[in-house]
Design a protein. Structure first.
Lengths: 356, 290
């Protein structure tokens, strides 16, 4: 009996030790998994590179939601405010399923980011940002860094090096630098950095959002155009008012390779996007037909009439003129009632005083 | 009886006075709140939309309504006005009602727009449009008198030509153009997205020339313009982004671009032979009224 009590106590002690160890291990795990807030701070330090000693950092909001449009995904937005004597930066980082997919910087003044990296040279800056992103992700991005290191970022550039396609586009507001994986003339996923006034403005990385199915391009552009032209010869669409429209005259065609998911998944495949411009506007305000053809099989999977929302340049001569309507609202009625009541009450008081 | 009557009458009037003052005060309290009007007229008598566009536009409007219902701060009046309910009279009465009872009104409308007057005036096409009567929702005749208090602070008109004719002036038909006739503000920043030193309390989003249909793809995977609009309202309401921040974030979500500023939808693209773009007037640094 005594022995069995001892045994029981020993077993209990061993069990307790195991439990304590398990709890400690799980807490260690929890501490080592960075949260979106931690990741956002790391991104700010590594990529945007402000001089953190000059800023007070405040977490403005951290919102987690399941977007209605993509209910299976978790979308978290972390917003930090960096303040340096009234000169502030708001930095929003977006995470999908806890992976950084986008970021944006806005300033409350026209002041520059107080940076650890004070160079005003755009070439240096974009390279520094990409190297910082390599540090942040821990990935080997040397192929991207290499292609970017050998171009002049102040010019519009399109360059393919291995599987990486670099596009630098200068538009009135900003410079967009896009580095995407490219196979068989088709651009897949990648990263985009946006600079405004020579400073980091925004960022997008969609590599975690899409899986590449295959990269097979078995038909060429002339074949794709022939398939699309043949397809629309027998194509018709029916408007919501019951009118069936067919017999389209095509005047010009544009075609290009792009990617599209199959069967509502996030796995993407190359396809030929063929736009057929029509000779006139067809019923439904349709001016173009858009045809999608899988590049591996040549199968048409999409044919869509493309419309627009009105016809502003066409003058509609005024035939009848409606008169402006004035509608009495509840606030008007209450003011009227109040005014009447006030007048009547004052009148009663005056009459009462006089009668005395 | 006479004495009692004499005592009661003044008391009754004083009570009425108090009630009236309270009513006015309560309207003022209510007027610190917001209203949102969502119009999807879906006029299809003349076959104005490709197949499926009408029902898809309704589902996008339902999504916008969902975000207002669940995340809108201080929105005490929401009206998701679709199809046969979206008549010319309903546009006018709803605008009038909201400006009279709420401090801010947020307006969204998706459909068609045609010119009238000297071709410099614009009319939204309601569900009960009759081409013989030319009874669109006209800028100077129907919008202007029902928005005169200037409470329509955030207006999105996804119809063709809605950002044209601004700043406004008067002609024989009155003040032309949707931006002025909705906001009664002729001093909004002419580039509310990319301009510097943005200020003021109004945002107007519309189109120079053609607006694309919602089912049209953006060219990025399977996303379309309806997805862009849904994301835009999601970021505005659920995630509390500014208008410009929401435009950027929705662009990143539904296109290959890093910001709205680089997307040809904003910088300009040819639609049916016309250079067309989505444009913002006012102060895009504002969030949606709350």
């Amino acid at each position: 009996m005594k022995l069995s009590i001892k045994k029981a106590l020993t077993l209990l002690s061993i069990f307790a030790i195991i439990i304590v160890l398990l709890v400690q291990m799980s807490s260690v795990n929890a501490a080592t998994v960075p949260t979106a807030k931690d990741k956002a701070l790391a991104f700010i330090q590594d990529v945007i590179q402000p001089d953190m000693s000059k800023y007070n950092v405040t977490l403005v909001r951290d919102i987690v939601g399941q977007p209605l449009i993509q209910p299976s995904a978790t979308l978290e937005s972390v917003d930090y405010h960096l303040d340096a004597n009234g000169s502030g930066l708001d930095i929003i980082c977006e995470f999908q399923n806890n992976v950084l997919t986008g970021a944006e910087v806005s300033t409350n003044t026209s002041s520059m980011i107080l940076s650890n990296y004070p160079s005003t040279n755009l070439n240096d800056k974009v390279l520094s940002v990409l190297e910082g992103y390599q540090t942040y992700t821990g990935e080997n991005l040397k192929d991207m860094i290499s292609v970017l290191a050998n171009v002049d970022a102040t010019q519009n550039v399109t360059k393919i090096s291995g599987d990486i396609k670099l596009t630098i586009q200068h538009v009135p507001l900003e410079t967009d630098i896009s580095l995407r994986y490219s196979f068989n003339d088709t651009d897949y996923t990648g990263v985009t950095f946006v600079f405004r006034n020579g400073q980091f403005y925004a960022f997008k990385d969609d590599r975690s959002l899409w899986v590449i199915g295959n990269t097979d391009v078995n038909i060429n552009m002339p074949q794709a155009i022939d398939i699309a032209k043949q397809y629309v010869q027998n194509y018709s669409y029916t408007l919501d008012n019951g009118l069936t429209v067919k017999g389209f005259n095509v005047t010009s065609i544009q075609a290009g390779l792009n990617t599209y998911p199959r069967e509502n998944s996030t796995t993407i495949y190359p396809y030929w996007s063929v736009q057929l411009n029509l000779d006139k506007v067809y019923p439904g305000n349709v001016w173009q037909l858009s045809v999608g053809i899988w590049a591996d099989s040549g199968t048409v999977f999409l044919c869509q009439p493309i419309g627009f929302g009105g016809s502003p340049p066409a003058a509609t001569p005024e035939q009848t003129q409606s008169q402006p309507q004035s509608l009495i609202s509840p606030i008007d009625l209450s003011i009227v009632a109040g005014t009447i009541a006030t007048i009547v009450a004052i009148a009663v008081i005056i009459v009462k005083k006089r009668s005395k | 009886m006479t004495k009692a009557f004499k005592k009661i009458v003044p008391l009754l009037f004083i009570s009425l006075l108090i009630v009236s003052v309270a009513a006015i005060t309560s309207v003022k309290l209510v007027s610190a709140s917001n209203s949102a009007l969502i119009f999807t007229p879906n006029y299809h008598v003349d076959g104005t939309d490709p197949p499926g566009e009408e029902s898809y536009s309704n589902s996008v409007a339902n999504m916008i309504m969902y975000y207002f219902s669940n995340y809108g701060t201080n929105y005490y009046y929401l009206y998701n006005c679709q199809g046969s309910s979206a008549t010319r009279a309903q546009y006018m009465s709803s605008l009038s009602y909201c400006q009279s009872n709420y401090y801010n009104t947020v307006v969204y409308s998706k459909g068609h727009e045609w010119t009238w007057g000297n071709s410099n005036h614009y009319q939204l096409i309601p569900n009960d449009y009759n081409s013989g009567q030319n009874n669109g929702v006209k800028d100077s005749y129907d919008i202007y008198p029902n928005t005169n208090l200037g409470t329509d602070r955030f207006v999105v008109l996804w119809h063709c030509g809605t950002a044209m004719a601004y700043p406004s002036s008067q002609d024989s038909y009155g003040w032309y153009g949707m931006p002025y006739d909705f906001t009664h503000n002729n001093g909004m920043n002419l580039d509310g997205y990319g301009g510097s030193n943005l200020s003021g309390w109004y945002v107007f989003l519309g189109f120079i020339n053609y607006s694309p249909e919602y089912l049209t793809g953006t060219g990025y995977q399977s996303y379309n313009y309806g997805n862009f609009v849904t994301y835009f309202y999601m970021y505005l309401l659920q995630y509390h982004y500014s208008v410009n921040g929401a435009l950027d974030a929705a662009t990143r979500a539904t296109t290959q671009y890093g910001s709205f500023g680089a997307w040809p939808f904003h910088t300009g693209m040819y639609v049916n032979g016309l250079w067309s773009k989505c444009w913002v007037y006012g102060n895009g640094n504002l969030g949606i009224p709350s």
